[in-house]
Design a protein. Sequence first.
Length: 325
Amino acid sequence: MKNESWSLLGHNIGRGEKLHFMMQPYDENYDIPVTIINGVNKGKTIVVSAGVHSGEYPGVAACSILSKQIDPLKVNGRIIILHCINTQGFFAKHERFVPEDGGNMNGVFPGDREGTISKKIAAFLEDNIMNEADFILDLHSGGGEESLLPCLFFPVEASEEVKKASLEVAKATTINHLIASTAKNGFYSYATTKGIPAILLERGNLNKCEREDYEAYVEDIYLILDYFKVMDKKDKKPLGVKFIWRKTDYMTCEQTGLWYSDVEAGMILKKGDLIGYVKDFFGNVLGEYRAVDDCRVMYNHVGLMIKEGGAIGAFGLLKNVEIVD
């Protein structure tokens, strides 16, 4: 069935057309780059977002590539690309937060039209993007002092329908480590509480933008568009074994000091294995951290400085992993 023209964010996008523009949440002086693609035939509406954390670059690069490559005449349905949600943080070189109010866009939902800028952005996304979406794909990476194993998060605190749909899409990507998430207050995770299937992908780390990471994201996005029949991807390769991590230990630091660790993302640890030490400036040990059970390191802190409450890492528990061929 042929598509129709699409009115969105004050623009009218005709059948088989593509439009690039900046959106301003509730007329704030805050530009978020957007690409809208309206396919020739009816189909699902897929949202791809990046830059929720402004120092996580591979997803931003992937969105730029996709917005240029995708031919709307080969699309069934509609695609919304949010290139970089935290643009102010991106250009200010803030690693995670909206600089105006310190808000973490992966933790400020639900939004508030009368709140600070991060809350207003969240409300704007709820009101204008989530309601359009059949599926949301949110692109992240490891932080500036974080080593990361490519992984993704899928919801387990949503409806059965949303949980099942999200996990099936997760299996259609090239990422092999799928982590069950109970989060509810980020862009993708809040959407799942509203009945919208969604996943969060993680590739890359250390504030780098490596070609292999953003090209892998481009591949994943095309696979998901193919899954929903929004685009046809002919050159599909075997996706390999999937590891579904049903329980993950998220370890945080209890001291502020200097962090020393030989652990790397992807390593297998035995229960009781040393993860790292916190020391003061004089070399005195303030605390040590060990694996609570046999586990695999999904991501971990690698910088020297660590603060009380800071993330040490995420450790997938081997006794709770499912393996799917």
